[in-house]
Design a protein around this ligand. Structure first.
Ligand code: MTE
Ligand code: MO
Length: 356
């Protein structure tokens, strides 16, 4: 990895525009159990739509017995649940997996862990009553634009089993305040454990359908080796650990400098497949590994877990690596399999430091 190169994969003017709008979480934010509002990463494909809570409605329609039109007062008067959830973009790590599709050029910062408050989805859908011929629910956001030459509302579709889980929310608060415009004000879908793309922001409509939904976004978030092949759907978050940037940095390259002597590394780890059971550190470029200490097990596996590691920094150049293992036994790879969209690159993080 040569992040000190002055050019990186030929980042384009369009990608520069996306990178400036869709900022990542500063990795220093890995210090906080709950990511402060404003530090959480963002992905906004089109424009943030104009929205007013007083007039906003969410329709539940299509193949249901009793179509619903829910105001924000209706949603807020229903049972409310607050849930810490780690959200990560499926494209996190994309710019470290060349050659890549032209898209948001993430390095590793497309993640955050927030306290989301909302009302559970399933009781609402039970109230509407899904007709027997319905097999999927399609969620439509208020944002509209053109991607891949297809004009579209932002949409995602799920099988009934995938989305009618206990932990799926229609979320209207983030860390105890109303959702900020950029995160989906006034209400969004929140699907814990899956990558962020399916948590539709600015939610306007939930439609029960009898055919498998094949919207643009759903068909683009697939792991394709062959650009015209069907590929595999992107769903649950792959296991990953990241570290708080150690030592100090230079501007603008962000090379890292660490003082010799006793040092401390820390960070967070998460997986869409269950709790984190192990985090390992290598201070010698991956030749040898030692276990990091894990923080308390979070109440829910959908929330990230803290880790820390003490080391004695000796003068010279070091490559620090961190890798996590989840309860399902998934371990981060040294290299993740390449695919056209640059999705799910959960290769271990490598941080070059100069110890002085
Ligand atoms: N309506 C709508 N929902 C959306 C998006 C979008 O562009 N429009 N982006 C998706 C993607 S790709 C991600 S990773 C998450 C990011 O959520 P955040 O911006 O609140 O962090 O929202 C998802 N939901
Ligand atoms: Mo994303």
């Amino acid at each position: 990895m040569t992040e000190t190169d002055t050019t990186w994969q030929g980042i384009t003017r369009d990608e520069l525009g996306q990178a400036a709008r869709n900022h990542g979480m500063h990795l220093e934010g890995l210090r906080y159990d709950v990511t402060p509002v404003g530090m959480h990463y963002l992905v906004i494909h089109f424009d943030i739509p104009a929205a007013q809570e007083a007039t906003w409605t969410v329709a539940v329609d299509g193949l249901v017995e009793r179509p619903l039109t829910l105001s924000m007062d209706d949603l807020r008067s229903r049972r409310s649940v607050t849930r810490p959830v780690t959200m990560e973009c499926a494209g996190n790590g994309r710019a470290l997996m060349p050659p890549r599709a032209e898209s948001q050029p993430w390095l590793l910062e497309a993640v955050g862990n927030s306290e989301w408050t909302g009302t559970p989805l399933r009781p609402l859908i039970e109230e509407a009553g899904v007709r027997p011929e319905a097999i999927e629910l399609v969620f439509t956001g208020a944002d509209h634009g053109i991607q891949g030459e297809v004009e579209q509302d932002y949409q995602w579709g799920f099988s009934l089993a995938d989305v009618l889980r206990d932990d799926v929310l229609l979320a209207y608060e983030l860390n105890g305040i109303p959702l900020p415009p950029q995160h989906g004000y006034p209400v969004r879908l929140l699907v814990p454990d899956w990558y962020g793309m399916c948590s539709v922001k600015w939610l306007r409509r939930i439609t029960a359908v009898a055919e498998p939904f094949d919207g643009f976004q759903l068909s683009s978030y697939r792991l394709r080796q062959d650009p015209d092949g069907p590929g595999e759907p992107v769903t649950k978050k792959a296991v990953r650990a990241l570290m708080v940037p150690p030592g100090s940095t230079d501007f603008p390259a962000r090379n890292r400098f660490v003082d010799a002597g006793p040092g401390h590394l820390s960070g967070r780890a998460w997986s869409g497949w269950g709790h984190i059971d192990r985090v390992e550190i290598s201070i010698d470029g991956g030749r040898t590994w030692s276990d990091a200490e894990l923080g308390p097990e979070p109440a829910s596996p959908s929330s990230w877990r803290a880790w820390s590691f003490d080391w004695i920094a000796t003068v010279g150049e070091h490559e620090l690596l961190v890798r996590a293992t989840d309860r399902a036994g998934n371990v981060q790879p040294l290299d993740a399999p390449w695919n056209h969209g640059g999705f799910m690159n959960n290769a271990v993080q490598r941080v070059d430091v100069l110890v002085r």
